[in-house]
Design a protein around this ligand. Structure first.
Ligand code: ARG
Ligand code: ZN
Length: 485
């Protein structure tokens, strides 16, 4: 929703807020305006012009930290919550937007002063009592309650996005837009932030979330508060919460990485065996890509079929149908590429899915021998050809999770590997990960690293794979090697 422009000059905004007498500033030229007066504050934009989802995210600020305090009643699926959002203003702001869908807001403060808000779901506009100066850190609190409802994005037919309730279970699967169903946020992958989640539930429910479980506090014998922290930057679509009858099962560590999983109590033994491969996979990907980016990893398995899995940061979510080894490897690999290195826009989604798909096959190939990958990739090539798979870098919302993105994306990497040889290929991937760790990257950023590290101009070659309407021919193989690392 486009914001109504309310570009008040700063002096007027301050006057309305009661900080200055209402009077015009001295006529220009007579007296140099103070920097504060010169910089008129305007509203932040209501979207970031993402090519697929133009209204996701908001302009004018950069969130540093979300502290989410949620009191959850599981059987009735009701919450009472406060979100505390610490952000830096990236322009002088008279107002800014948060993305927030449903739920009832009772109070908003900015820097401890009551703020006015208006809603046009999923946009919420906050007008702070005092304008915010560019570069300043400001704290917004939003108090809210109600029953969170998942989003049905018509473009993404297969999933209810965001906060889901199923009997005695609550789980959050947001990619791409569902984060706004349970907390107000800057809902775009380009604004990553750290998190603290304090979640209070009735006993004996267990709360699993991203990062580290810092403490469990007993409330009154009946209730318990779980505090989870995610100390590395995280995109809002990767924030998750799973509340239910879950048991925690720890695996053997991989180096410094702790592994903790949450399984449905009745299925825990079977799942513990299925996911016991995780430590070995972390070792494998760490050797190829660089160190695992976070302190912990693990999965949360839901007690029903989900039909897909999601790489929620440090705690991937699976249905109880989802323990195939390739998928386990896929969601783990996303922790490096997808989560720690995150696409700049949703149109760069192939950087997530092409890599995770190709690297899940590298894991299987590592276990089964290189023949697996080569044979597999040739069959996928035939399928892509027969299906006239379009360019993975030019998808719309409706095909962001299509085989064009996953399989032609994976083939783009395989083709690059055939073109430059194993040694240069794995140097490119390592440098791409190292350079963009903790941040965001565009497709152009990937191509730049490939050119630089290989010492070749691969722009046209990669552009054909990523943006060309036709599937390019398979490059003649430069080097056949087994592992390349
Ligand atoms: N990123 C997921 C994967 O690794 C796909 C998620 C699709 N589902 C969804 N609700 N967005 O394959
Ligand atoms: Zn994926």
């Amino acid at each position: 929703m486009p914001l109504r422009r309310l570009a008040l000059p700063l002096f007027l905004a301050l006057a309305i807020a009661g900080c200055l007498p209402i009077s015009a500033p001295p006529p220009q030229g007579l007296q140099p305006p103070t920097p504060a007066l010169a910089a008129a504050a305007g509203p932040g934009s209501s979207g970031l012009n993402d090519p697929l989802f133009p209204l996701l995210g908001n302009g004018g600020y950069d969130v540093q930290h979300y502290a989410l305090d949620l009191d959850v009643h599981v059987p009735s699926n009701t919450i009472t919550a406060t979100a505390t959002i610490v952000a830096t203003a990236t322009q002088n702001l008279s107002a800014f937007n948060l993305d927030f869908s449903g739920l009832t807001v009772t109070e908003i403060t900015v820097n401890d002063l009551a703020a006015v808000h208006t809603r046009s779901d999923p946009e919420m506009t906050v007008v702070p009592a005092l304008p915010l100066m560019e570069g300043s850190l400001f704290t917004t609190t939003v108090s809210y309650h109600g029953t969170p409802r998942p989003l049905r994005d018509p473009a993404i037919g297969f999933a209810a996005l965001g906060w889901n309730h199923a009997g005695n279970l609550i789980y959050v699967v947001s990619e791409p837009s569902g984060a706004m169903t349970w907390y107000p946020n800057n809902n775009h992958p380009s604004d990553k932030a750290t998190y603290t989640m304090r979640v209070t539930v009735d006993k004996p429910y267990t709360v699993a979330a991203n990062g580290e479980l810092v403490k469990i506090e007993e409330q009154d014998g009946r209730r318990a508060t779980y505090t989870w922290t995610m100390d590395a930057p995280m995109a809002s679509y990767l924030a998750t919460l799973v509340i239910g009858d879950l048991v925690r099962v720890d695996n053997e560590r991989s180096g410094q990485v702790r592994i903790r999983n949450y399984f449905p109590t009745e299925d825990a033994n079977r799942l513990a065996i299925q996911f016991s491969v995780t430590a070995e996979m972390i070792d494998y990907y760490s050797a190829i890509l660089g160190d695992y980016p976070f302190e912990t990893y693990g999965v949360a398995v839901l007690p029903f079929h989900l039909g897909y899995a999601l790489e929620t940061q440090t705690l991937s979510i699976f249905g109880n149908d989802g323990g195939m080894e390739g998928v386990i490897a896929h969601e783990l690999m996303h922790q490096w590429l997808g989560n720690h290195v995150t696409p700049a826009t949703w149109q760069d989604i192939w950087l997530n899915e092409g890599f995770a798909t190709y690297f899940q096959r590298l894991w299987l190939d590592h276990k089964l021998g290189r023949g697996f990958l080569d044979t597999g990739m040739v069959s996928y090539y035939k399928l892509l050809k027969a299906g006239h798979a379009g360019p993975p870098g030019a998808v719309g919302a409706h095909d962001m999770f299509s085989s064009t993105v996953y399989e032609r994306g994976a083939w783009t990497l395989h083709a690059l590997r055939l073109q430059v040889g194993d040694e240069a290929f794995f140097r490119i991937i390592r440098e791409y990960y190292r350079r963009h760790a903790g941040g965001n990257v565009s497709t152009a950023g990937f191509i730049a690293v490939a050119n630089e590290v290989s010492g070749q101009d691969l722009t046209e070659f990669l552009n054909n794979w990523i943006y060309g309407p036709e599937l390019p021919p398979i490059p003649e193989e430069t080097i056949t090697d087994t592992e390349g690392n």
